[in-house]
Design a protein around this ligand. Structure first.
Ligand code: AMP
Ligand code: MG
Length: 337
């Protein structure tokens, strides 16, 4: 199939909305990463997203809405299904890179939620994303617009690298602001729990709610840990899959600037001795910069044929914890201390 390149003009977005309503797929920019959008209420359209991505079908999608009122019909109990906690978060942090998990209504097809009785919903702040949702006139289910397992795309060109010929259209928007996926917060349990860390940090959520917010314990473990086998059971289905991996091997190296440089040089020389092409990524201690560039850099280094990518670890606090989550996954948890 020919993949249309659409602009962000009113006319093109109207056309993109029509494509979604007709049950086909449109990739579009959000403030986090590019999404691969389908009509969230059309089971067949959603099924074709899994196919285009090569994604396991038990990995649910986030449903994107443009207005708070769009939420009511997606969740159990309608408007009264919104708890005080959810309401506070909606008021303070929507639109933005926060996804909330609710009990789902029967209107949401099982295929959209990977068979779960819960639904993940987000209201993006990106203007193009919101205009598209309004043009479509229905909620849009969208995972990241990459082939399953690859780093998420943060530019329209990176979407085309994976999806050209596999989907109906790509909206050629701007580079994503945040660069990593939204925070996923489960609100269906006794206390709010972060299933996937993102730009909206645990500290920020606690501040808004005036209460403690917890991580899914599996976020604090790596599969190589002692007790990992029993405890590495993420509640967010997506977190258990191989993820964010370029073709090159990735290793994370801990240390300050000098320490990192020394270790990277030693490991790099050894690899070069084996004939490998080695790249070094040092974002300093700047989590925002690292988030914005990480996935794009991994893809670019693959295009340039690198075999090994050495990345300096970030301080694992605040947003740094979230970016480290992606770095560790892309490295298969290979860390040089
Ligand atoms: P993606 O943005 O492509 O990484 O995919 C969306 C992520 O949201 C996946 O990793 C899912 O595991 C997570 N997610 C979506 N719906 C739910 C849900 N109902 N419960 C828990 N996690 C969810
Ligand atoms: Mg993804």
């Amino acid at each position: 199939m020919e993949t249309l390149r659409l602009s962000t003009s009113d006319e093109d977005l109207r056309r993109a909305g029509g494509i979604i309503r007709a049950g086909s797929l449109v990739a579009f920019p959000t403030e986090t990463v590019y999404g691969l959008g389908a009509d969230a209420l059309n089971a067949e359209a959603v099924a074709s997203v899994y196919e285009a991505k090569g994604r396991p079908s038990d990995n649910p999608m986030i449903v994107h809405i443009a207005d708070a009122t769009d939420l009511y019909s997606l969740i159990k109990g309608g408007r009264s299904g919104i708890s005080d906690v959810a309401s506070k978060l909606m008021t303070n942090l929507w639109p933005g890179p926060l996804t909330m998990v609710f009990k789902k209504s029967s209107r949401v097809p099982d295929v959209t939620t990977g068979g779960l009785d819960t639904v993940a919903v987000r209201m993006p702040s990106n203007k193009t994303a919101r205009r598209l949702i309004r043009e479509a006139g229905r909620p849009i289910a969208a995972p990241s617009a990459n082939l399953s397992g690859k780093p998420s795309p943060t530019t329209a060109e990176d979407v085309l690298e994976d999806m050209d010929g596999r989907i109906r259209a790509v909206i050629m928007g701007e580079q994503c602001d945040v660069g990593i996926e939204s925070t996923v917060l489960d609100l269906t349990g006794d206390f709010p729990q972060i299933l996937r860390p993102g730009m909206i940090t645990k500290e920020k959520l606690s501040e808004v709610l005036g209460r403690k917010v917890y991580y899914d314990p599996s976020l604090l473990r790596s599969p190589g840990d002692d007790k990992a086998d029993e405890e590495f059971k993420p509640k967010s289905p997506g977190m258990k899959y191989k993820h964010y991996s370029p073709d090159a091997k990735v290793r994370i190296i801990e240390g300050d600037e000098v320490d990192f440089a020394d270790k990277a040089k030693e490991i790099g020389l050894e690899a070069k001795g084996r004939g490998e092409k080695v790249a070094i990524l040092d974002y300093g201690r700047d989590a925002s910069k690292a988030a914005k560039k990480l996935f794009a850099d991994l893809r670019e280094l693959d295009r340039q044929g690198y075999d090994l990518i050495l990345i300096r670890a970030l301080p694992s606090i605040g947003f740094g914890f979230s970016v480290m989550n992606r770095m560790l996954k892309s490295a298969g948890y290979d860390v040089v201390k």
